[in-house]
Design a binder for this molecule. Sequence first.
Ligand code: PLP
Length: 398
Amino acid sequence: MGDYFKSNPDTQGMFGEYGGSFIPPDLQEEMNRITDAYYSISKSHQFISELRSIRKHFQGRPTPVYFAKTLSDECGGRIYLKREDLNHTGAHKLNHCMGEALLAKYMGKKKLIAETGAGQHGVALATAAAYFGLECEIHMGEVDIAKEHPNVVRMEILGAKVVPVSHGLKTLKEAVDSAFEAYLKDPITSIYCIGSVVGPHPFPMMVRDFQRVVGIEAREQFYEMTGELPDNLVACVGGGSNAMGLFSGFIDDKDVNIYGVEPLGKSFKPGEHAATMTYGTPGMIHGFKCYTLQDEKGEPAPVYSIASGLDYPGVGPEHSMLKDLGRVNYVTADDEECLDAFFQLSKKEGIIPALESAHAVAFAMKLAKEKPRQSILVNLSGRGDKDIDFVVENYGIR
Ligand SMILES: *Cc1c(COP(=O)(O)O)cnc(C)c1O
C-alpha cells in the first residue's frame, strides 16, 4: 500500500505521464507554497487529530456500508453501498473541503476562493468556511446562477459571497478563470480550493488524500460485515474525487476489480456525453495533463450529462494513469440508465441517490446481473434531494 502512495504522484506531481503543473509563474509560486505547506502541516499529529475529530463530530463519519438486499435480490449479485450520502451536506465533497479549509487555517489564510458549476462544490466549501470562521468567495457563471438557484441561496445563507461571472458562455470555464484572477490579486490572505482530483499539482494528490478516508473506512467495514474483500468496486467519475476516495483503499488488492463509470449522456456523439476516458485523448486542460475531450484546436469540447456534477471535459490525472495501467476499467452509463437506477434505488431501498451516484448504481445493477455470485461495493457519493425537482419536471415520476 505504502509504495503506491509514495510514488504516485512523483515529486513533480506526475501520475505516470499525467498531471503536473503547467501554469503561469506567479500562480506556480503559490502552488509551490501550498505544496510545501501540505507536506509539512498535513502530516503533523495536531492536524491529523483535528481532522479526525471534525470528521467524527461535525461530518458524522464513519458513514455506514449498507447491504442493499432488495436491489440485490432483483439483480442477482450482492450490492453494497458506501453511504457518502449520509456525510454532512449530503455528499462526499465535504471530505476534501474540510481538509482544504483546515490546511488554510493552519497556513493563516483568511479567505477561501473557488469556482462552482452546479453549486455542489460551492456549498461544501461555504460550509467548511462557516465552520472555521473564514471568508468565502464563490465564482459562478450567470447561466449557472439562474439554473441552480437553491444552491446559490444555500451559499449565501452560509455566509459566502457569490460572485457572478458574466463573460463568455457564463458557465464553469469562465468561473474558473474569474476565480483564479481573484486569487492572484490576493494570494497572501486567500487560498484557492479545487473541487475534485483535478487542476495543477498538488490538488489531485491533496484532494485524493483527503478522500482516502472513504476507501479506508469502506475496506474495514466491508471486511467486518462479510469476512472478505469485495469482488468489485464501482464509482461514478466526473473529475474523479469520490472514485479515487473509494479506489485508493483497494489499489493494491489485485483481486478486487475496479470500475469507474463515466456519463454517456444522450449518445456517444460529440457534445452529447462527458465520457472523457472512453472517447477522449490525452491532452492539457486547466494546467495539467489528462484524458480530455477536445475540439480540433485543442480547446475543451462541449460536454453534457443529466448529472451536472459529471460534465467536465477533463478527468483526474491519477484516473488517466490507472486507465493506461489497466488497474481500473472505465465504463459508461447513459441518462436513461441513470434515471432507471435513480427510481429503482428510491423505490426498492428507500434511498434517493444523486444523479451522479445513480450512474454508479446503474452500472452496478448491470454487473450484478452478469456476475450473480459476486459482491459489488458502490460508492453512493451523494443524496438526490438536489435533483428531485429537475427529474420530476423533465421526466415525471416513473
Ligand atoms: C460533484 C459530485 C460528483 C462528481 O465529482 P467527482 O470529483 O467525480 O467525485 C459525484 N457525486 C456527487 C454527489 C457530486 O456532488
